[in-house]
Design a protein around this ligand. Structure first.
Ligand code: GDP
Length: 296
């Protein structure tokens, strides 16, 4: 099945960067995600941090940035194992009072293996025992050399808790994204990746997806792994109903016949008959792969 279609250069448009935050436990990944979201909530929006799905978008200097909230290692290992690459830029969070720790190094090596540019967020600089210089030195030993020291890695000193220098971090993200020249075709049939999924007792299978190509619409026939369906409802990152989902935009989809797996690629297909055939084929292939794994 030819699910991938070549793009014409003239159809490509700039798309928002997709950011994953990685780092050692307790170094402030969650706090940073929450603070960035909270400080960019347009006043008048209800409540703020009622995040419905595992990703959100903010607007900075008129540009959108998408943050994905999957634990860093999952985003890089599980998803990459299935061929899905969600991240354009990795933020490596290192607590300035704790320094480089085992999971820092692990996260770093995943990002490197994926060829994803890394921005270091040296966090907790509000703490009296913070030592950002030490973080720089330790990371240098792992090949991340700060721009000030003649390398090409941007280090931004922040405090997620006190909301210090978050703007600098966002500016650095936008500059890095600009260099990457991220583009995609919004006109073709949508393609994306399942970030999370669950069975909702009321509405049935629910999938949080990130759209990477094309535009997803209500009524589109979709497949993801061994599941298919028709888009019945779409919700954005604030839990509001929407009709279309654009490039690099996260959304919740209701309409799958079963629960797809995180990391599955989602494709829009011409019609349901075709979708069923694809899903049968995928199921067969996966079964075969499973059997051969067991025999080995
Ligand atoms: P995660 O495990 O990497 O997601 O880390 P969390 O975001 O859960 O943060 C771990 C702890 O560090 C929490 O108690 C946070 O309140 C605290 N923390 C996070 N960022 C900062 C910061 O910038 N300054 C200070 N002082 N504490 C922070």
């Amino acid at each position: 099945f030819a699910l991938e279609v070549e793009d014409r250069e003239e159809d490509l448009v700039e798309r928002p960067p997709v950011i994953t935050i990685m780092g050692h436990v307790d170094h402030g990944k969650t706090s940073l995600l929450d603070s960035i979201r909270a400080s960019n909530v347009v006043s008048g929006e209800d409540g703020g941090i009622t995040q419905k799905i595992g990703a959100y978008q903010i607007i900075k200097n008129g540009k959108k940035i998408t943050f994905v909230d999957t634990p860093g290692h999952e985003a890089f290992t599980d998803m990459r194992a299935r061929g899905a690459q969600v991240t354009d830029i990795a933020i490596l969070v290192v607590a300035a009072d704790d320094g480089v720790m085992p999971q820092t190094v692990e996260a770093l090596s995943h990002a490197k293996a994926a060829g994803v540019p890394i921005i270091v967020a040296v966090n907790k600089i509000d703490k009296p025992e913070a030592n950002p210089m030490k973080v720089k030195q330790e990371l240098m030993e792992h090949g991340l050399i700060s721009v000030e020291w003649g390398g090409d890695t941007e280090f931004v000193e922040v405090s997620a808790k006190k909301k210090l220098h978050l703007d600098d971090l966002l500016d650095t993200i936008l500059i890095t994204a600009e260099i990457l020249e991220l583009k995609a075709n919004p006109k073709k049939r949508a393609k994306g990746v399942v970030l999370e999924s669950k069975l909702d007792p009321k509405v049935g299978p629910v999938a949080d997806v990130l759209i990477q190509e094309g535009t997803l619409k209500i009524g589109d026939v979709i497949v993801a792994g061994e599941t298919y369906g028709k888009v019945r409802a779409l919700l954005n990152d604030k839990g509001e109903r929407i009709d279309v989902v654009g490039l690099s935009q996260p959304a919740e989809i209701i309409g799958f016949n079963q629960v797809p797996q995180a990391g599955d690629t989602i494709y829009v297909i011409q019609n349901e008959q075709h979708a069923k055939r694809i899903v049968e084929e995928v199921a067969k292939e996966r079964k075969l792969a499973e059997t051969s794994r067991k025999t080995i």
